[in-house]
Design a protein around this ligand. Structure first.
Ligand code: AHR
Length: 578
């Protein structure tokens, strides 16, 4: 099939997805929700025509994800991929593998911080097992302290020998001991070798408070605040590479209108300065404004307002990123189980997660109008699956299990970010430990790595690699009235010239034989790992931590072709040696 025709078909499918995505639920603030300080309402918007009609209209379910290559159809269980290494796209910024650690449930306390007197092995109060696991992931940045928590955080309560004991009204109304504050966060980052993404308080704080926090962290000269930092144990200024100006200012961050937020944001952008001498020329702090949280008119208006202002911004304020939040939830309140589900819920969640692509396209298109040079990054700094709280857990702590479904969900989203690498240059999965789609779960001295952790581990070679287009016939995986592409794939070339290929098989029951034509590279050998599991809801537990772990996959290279078999419901990463 010639490329032009195939490309049109792809657009039709995306159009269908966009229409469906209007079914997304709307979150609304409500004073009547005692638990999370907010409630969620089901959508009032009309049902959109199903994209499956569009899918059914496609001859042989042809969905080409790639550029400029035509692919002959093979037998149903065999798929041909084409990768031309001489064609390349944008750099896949390592920051899309960023993490998010909010003061929420056991995300920070117990998950990261156990205190120096704990029996759990720690370094200055920070768990050694967690540090080792995160260091092995090469985490690029961590967003902190929230989330909704950030807009009620007052940094002074978390420094010095005497910490104020406060409350965490957003998340269960529990005590916030403030024992994990600025110095502890920076120590943690130093231990895992990651950069700081600090979210400052716009909702209930002031520009003055945020400006002083940044001076406290970054000033090298002997100001009163810098001396206070030294007295608290850190004479050298800290590096703050990313500054979030508020969080969800349209909701938990203050329920602001776009115009009101815009004027607040300009003030913060102007006055919240980074004084670190090492960040004045290179490594300047990047400022990230609050952006959309969905795809309806409310959200397009928000993106439009911020980006239109950006187009005419003067020397006195600037932004380098626009945040976007998008959880895979299907409906609010989150009610899908994170374990003990069947194929129906598996396919529904995967269908829902693929709406990320349409959302990025929609907001990127608005950004392109006002920022055609793509100076402002789209920063997806909250994403992941959000399910019903695990029975018996505190519902305000957002505890859920993490299955092979989440591994596939993570791979699909990372692939979407990679395909939009020119605009999406940072993303932060929610959240790093014990909360929502976590990398790690802990229980006192026990720790277990989740399937999502292993996906991030397998994707490490894609950090800062150069995107290479892949063409393939994705085929269709159908369950009931849900139709999804059966396969997804991305490729990239690392700085050493090695080709990396990721292929996800969404089909939970059918294996797929892959034959990849490799152009622009003289392939000698290939090796890789695959992550799969016995059931759609297989998880790792403290008692059985190795149910979903990567295993070596056998890949053959012959006459410039790569052959490998993908297990059902699997994520596979292979490298091709030139
Ligand atoms: O990640 C949990 C919460 O989800 C965050 O605090 C908030 O920003 C979002 O609504």
């Amino acid at each position: 099939m010639p490329f032009k025709i195939a490309y049109k078909l792809e657009l039709m499918v995306h159009c269908g997805r966009r229409q469906r995505s209007t079914i997304r639920a709307t979150r609304v603030a409500s004073p009547e929700c005692p638990l999370l300080s907010r409630c969620f309402a089901l959508p009032l918007r009309g049902m959109a025509p199903s994209a499956s009609r569009v899918m059914r209209a496609l001859p042989a379910s042809f969905v080409l994800i790639g550029m400029g290559l035509s692919v002959p159809a093979l037998a149903a269980d065999k798929v041909e991929l084409s990768v031309d290494v001489s064609r390349s796209g944008a750099k896949i910024d390592r920051n899309i593998f960023g993490q998010f650690a909010e003061h929420l449930g056991h995300g920070v306390y117990d998950g990261v911080w156990v205190g120096p007197d704990s029996n759990i092995p720690n370094t200055r109060g920070i768990r050694n097992d967690v540090v080792a696991a995160l260091k092995a992931l090469k985490v690029p940045n961590v967003r902190w302290p929230g989330g909704c928590f950030a807009d009620e955080y007052h940094w002074r309560k978390g420094i010095g020998p005497q910490r104020a004991v406060t409350l965490n009204p957003n998340w269960g109304g529990v005590i916030e001991p403030n024992t994990f504050g600025t110095h502890e966060f920076m120590d943690f980052l130093n231990q895992i070798d990651a950069d700081a993404y600090i979210s400052v308080n716009v909702g209930s704080g002031t520009p003055h408070e945020a400006a002083e926090w940044l001076e406290y962290m970054t000033a090298a000269q002997a100001t009163t605040l810098a001396k206070e930092r030294a007295a608290n144990g850190h004479p050298a200024p800290y590096k703050v590479l990313y500054l979030g100006i508020g969080n969800e200012s349209w909701d938990c961050g203050g329920n602001m209108t776009p115009d009101y937020y815009l004027s607040q944001m300009k003030t913060y952008s102007r006055f919240v300065r980074n004084f670190n001498p090492a960040q004045q020329d290179k490594q300047q702090m990047l400022k990230i404004a609050v952006g959309p949280g969905g795809d309806g008119p409310r959200w397009t208006e928000w993106t439009e307002t911020v980006m239109k202002a950006y187009q005419h911004h003067t020397w006195s304020w600037d932004i380098n990123g626009l945040s976007m939040h998008n959880y895979t939830v299907v409906k609010w309140p989150p009610s899908y189980a994170s374990v003990g589900f069947e194929e129906t819920e598996y396919s529904q969640i995967l269908k829902s997660t693929m709406e990320m692509d349409g959302l990025i396209r929609k907001h990127s298109a608005i950004m392109d109008m006002y920022d055609p040079d793509k100076k402002v990054a789209l920063v997806v700094d909250e994403w992941g699956g959000w399910y019903a709280p695990l029975p018996g857990s505190n519902p305000g702590f957002l505890v859920q299990q993490n299955s092979i479904r989440d591994a596939i969900l993570a791979a699909l989203n990372l692939n979407i970010f990679a395909r939009h690498a020119d605009r999406v240059r940072m993303a932060n999965i929610a959240q790093m430990i014990n909360v929502l789609q976590a990398m790690i779960m802990t229980d006192k001295e026990k720790m277990v790595l989740t399937p999502t952790y292993y996906v991030f581990k397998m994707y490490m070679p894609f950090q800062d690699a150069t995107f290479v287009p892949v063409a393939f016939d994705a085929g269709t995986y159908t369950h009931g009235n849900i139709s999804l592409p059966r396969l997804d794939a991305i490729a990239a070339r690392d700085t050493a010239g090695k080709l990396w290929l990721e292929i996800t098989n969404l089909d939970p029951t059918q294996a797929v034989e892959i034959e990849a034509n490799l152009a622009g590279i003289t392939a000698k050998s290939a090796a890789g790992e695959t992550l799969t599991a016995p059931k759609v809801d297989s998880v790792n537990t403290f008692d059985a931590p190795n149910t979903v772990v990567p295993k070596p996959v056998s890949a053959k290279v012959q006459s410039g072709k790569l052959a490998l078999k993908l297990e059902p419901k699997s994520v596979t990463v292979v490298s091709v040696e030139p």
